[in-house]
Structure formats: C-alpha cells, structure tokens
Design a protein. Sequence first.
Length: 223
Amino acid sequence: MAEQETEEIWKPKTKIGKKVAKGQIKSIVEALDQDRPIMEPEIVDQLVDLSEEVILIGGTPGKGGGIRRTVSKRTARMHKSGARYRSNAMTVLGDKNSVIGLGTGESDDTRAAIEAANREAKLNLIKVPKGNGSWEDTAEDDSSIPFAVTGKSGSVTVELKPAPRGTGLACSDEVKKVMELAGIQNIWVQTRGSTQTRENLTRATFNALKKLSEMKTREEVEQ
C-alpha cells in the first residue's frame, strides 16, 4: 500500500505571517504597507495570485550562427572529481496590477533554479505607484507612472518616463514583460549600456520601479 502524501501545513513564524493566518491582513498591499519586511513566501501565496515571467538569461549557439536564448545559464565549478554544473535562473512575479518582485536562483537543475528564483521574488515584492505624470495628458489616470525615474544595474541604465493614454508600452520585449506584470499600460523607456545582457536590463528596470516606490513612500511620510 503506497504511502499517502500529506500536505505540509504552514506555521507562520513572523509577525506579519501570524496576522495573515488570523485574517488580520487580507491583501498583499496591506502586507507591504506594514513596518516589517515580508520574510515568508507563504504570506504571498496566501494573499495574491502572481503571474510568472522567466527571463531568458542563458544562451546556446544557434543554427546558422547567433545565440538561441534559454531560460537558465549554466555555470561550471571545478572539483577534484571533475566539473560540477549549476543552473542559474531569473524570474519576475507580478499581479498585473500593483505589485512586482524580482528573484534569482541557483540549483542543480533548471526547474529547481526557477523555483528558487520565485521564492526570492516573493520576498522582494514592491508596491508600484501609478499615476499620470505626462504633460500631454491632464486627465486623472493610473495607467502610467507619476514621474520619471532611472534605475541602474552594471553598465545598463533604464529611464522610465510617464506616457499619455494610448501610447502603450514603448520599450523592448524584455522590459515589456516587467511593465505588464506591474500593471503599467503606458510608458516611454530609454535604455543605455549593454542592454543585450538581459540580467542587467531586467534588474535595472526593477531598480527603477523600486526607486519609484521608495520616493512615493517618502512623499507619503512627509504629508
């Protein structure tokens, strides 16, 4: 007779986790507004359904030249017994409305690396302020961002600028993935540096959104 698998019951260890378990916190935005960071990925699982985008950070030689993009990047470490390979992955999680998170993971296989990246992304969730900071569109609207902001990672710089309704996502496909998960519908994006390095491009984009979130938070505190 096969053993029945038992589902592991989450036992919260942090103050926010205990509030979520008791029903005192009912939304992910409310959890992010607490004065403590989210330290348990289960908190996120309880409060919100997130969509996932795996960033194609790896590459193998393609047929006829060029690079065929892959979801993971393999690294090798030399040991006495020979080379040991590890897979690295980067994922972005978002609710396509107001929160987004970025994570990286490393493991022996690609699927486990993606799961590790997702776990980290849940612990790195931020709340993205929305608004309409474009002088070309004075209507009250939250489909863009309230003001321009810049993020950096390595040699890559990403500048996000508010755009009027109808503009859409004026950016590359990789940046577009991040914008869609953050719930942004209209934006202008300028990039500089080695943007073919997708890890730095994605991280610079996330850092810009994070700076936007932090600047908005400071404004709210001052009021």
